[in-house]
Design a protein around this ligand. Structure first.
Ligand SMILES: [Ca+2]
Ligand SMILES: [Ca+2]
Length: 199
């Protein structure tokens, strides 16, 4: 009486085990799916939108994944990879994007590449190729970004006589998903941040 259910359970386990083992090998796996942000934190005033709402074809230099394909501003000459951080804003103010990798190395306009692989490729309007738009973009090109804590800072460096607050759109791609936030910066409240961890 007892053997039959025990045997059936064993067969069931074996089948499940086989199915799990064969699943990933049977298709091409998207490596970005293995990269997922956890322990996401943000300073007050940063409300991260975790769900992507498609609004149409991708538009350039707005730091938004308009078509929700998991890539921000693709087709616009902006570097992307399994990690991508982009800011865009309208005014003539100088706003900086600073990303700190798990080893504590900062990537920003003063130090545009980290040994760990993060790279700033757009610092506009200073750089060419941004068509007069204000955008900064930092990305990781490889497939195995360092694990650990990342910090992303958006900083108002100089208002340059423009209006305050400065509204800055922040977009982040981590693995196969994107999220974003709109942050307000003033000379007295000049930095907003968010952080996450890659386990
Ligand atoms: Ca997109
Ligand atoms: Ca866009």
């Amino acid at each position: 009486m007892r053997r039959a259910p025990f045997g059936a359970a064993l067969v069931g386990t074996a089948l499940v085990g086989t199915a799990l083992a064969c699943g990933p090998a049977g298709r091409v796996e998207d490596p970005s799916r293995k990269i997922q942000a956890t322990n996401i934190t943000a300073t007050p005033g940063v409300e991260l939108q975790m769900a992507c709402m498609p609004t149409g074809p991708e538009r350039c230099f707005n730091a938004i994944d308009d078509n929700c394909n998991g890539v921000i501003d693709e087709g616009c000459g902006v570097g992307t990879g399994v990690l991508q951080f982009t800011i865009a804003w309208e005014s003539g103010a100088d706003v900086d994007l600073i990303v700190t990798d798990p080893s504590g190395v900062k990537v920003y306009e003063g130090s545009r590449a980290a040994p760990g692989g993060l790279r700033l490729d757009k610092d506009c309007p200073t750089d060419d190729g941004c068509h007069g738009q204000n955008i900064e973009n930092i990305f990781y090109e490889g497939l195995e970004p360092a694990r650990g804590k990342y910090a992303v800072d958006v900083k108002l460096t100089d208002l340059r006589g423009g209006e305050s607050p400065v509204k800055v759109r922040l977009g982040a791609r981590v693995g196969s998903r994107t999220f974003g936030a709109e942050v307000m910066l003033t000379p007295s409240d000049d930095k907003k941040s968010f952080g996450f961890e890659l386990p």
